[in-house]
Ligand binder design. Structure first.
Ligand SMILES: Nc1ncnc2c1ncn2[C@@H]1O[C@H](COP(=O)(O)OP(=O)(O)OP(=O)(O)O)[C@@H](O)[C@H]1O
Length: 264
């Protein structure tokens, strides 16, 4: 076996692969919890552990005992509290194993391949504004990194350049394509009439029906930004990482899309 002697220890190619895989895993974990409530919860758990350890050290038996009980249930609490992050982590790992070589390059940090075309943000913003103004429902999934093959296959393939007129034509109530979601991958409208996974969350306000629930569900399990135009109120919302930002102006929608594309 090939091995490199760097003085202190011998590094083999397997060690290098090992380090690369661990870095990839840690990067995925970091991406998942970055900016989410998970960070605060982890800090909370760590504080309880620390106080419990200190209480034991200085002989505060009662406090130590109570805190130990709390830390004892933290394993179960972690699974319940982080069910979204855990689900997302495994679905990301799963999709990594089923990526083609080209898609794998897109996922490796630093090697992210930018699309040759640029996302026509203005077309998406203007179409959303018009749809909202005429109380026409719309559901648009933006993906910069995942090809969303599984969801694309549930709808009708289009592979067209993004244009305001095309988006308006798709969501026109007379159109046979208006039901379900449009999926935009990199800079193209890939498919329409797609079926998205509906969130299982119970605590959503009653005003949010299936369109909003499907948007939240999709953003929970994929790295996408989902734009919703409400048929009932004409309001524009976006869902990202399971969080819904409601009643956005055209300018706010533009900012949300820009931020997503920068992140992606
Ligand atoms: N799983 C799904 N995937 C994609 N689109 C869906 C899904 N479920 C519902 N929809 C779309 O949402 C429409 C129904 O929206 P519904 O009125 O229940 O939602 P809503 O959140 O109250 O939105 P609105 O404010 O527009 O009424 C359907 O006609 C369909 O186009």
């Amino acid at each position: 076996m090939i091995a490199y002697n760097l003085g202190l220890s011998t590094i083999t190619p397997v060690d290098i692969i090992d380090i690369l895989l661990v870095s990839l895993l840690l990067y995925q974990l970091y991406k998942l919890i970055r900016g989410s409530v998970a960070v605060k919860t982890i800090l909370g758990f760590s504080t309880v552990y620390l106080i419990s350890w200190l209480a034991d050290k200085v002989g505060m038996r009662l406090l130590g005992q109570i805190l130990r009980q709390i830390t004892g249930i933290s394993a179960i609490a972690t699974v319940v509290l982080f069910q979204y992050e855990i689900k997302k982590f495994f679905s990301t790992l799963g999709s990594l194993f089923f990526l083609s070589g080209k898609q794998l390059l897109v996922r490796i940090p630093g090697l992210k391949k930018k699309s040759d075309l640029s996302f026509n943000i203005t077309a998406i913003v203007e179409a959303s504004k018009i749809l909202g103004g005429t109380n026409t429902g719309g559901l648009i999934v933006l993906s910069n990194t995942e090809d969303l093959k599984f969801y694309i296959e549930s709808g009708d393939l289009l592979e067209a350049l993004i244009s305001k007129r095309l988006l308006l034509a798709i969501f026109n109530e007379e159109s046979p394509l208006h039901d379900g979601a449009v999926i935009i991958y990199q800079a193209k409208i890939i498919a329409a009439r797609c079926i998205l996974p509906v969130t299982e969350r119970q605590n959503l306000p009653a005003q949010f029906g299936l369109r909003h629930r499907a948007a939240i569900g999709m953003s929970e399990v994929t790295d996408t930004l989902v734009v919703i135009i409400s048929e009932e109120t004409g309001q524009i919302s976006v869902a990202r990482k399971g969080i819904l930002e409601h009643n956005l102006s055209a300018q706010e929608l533009r900012i949300a899309i820009n931020e997503y594309l920068k992140e992606g």
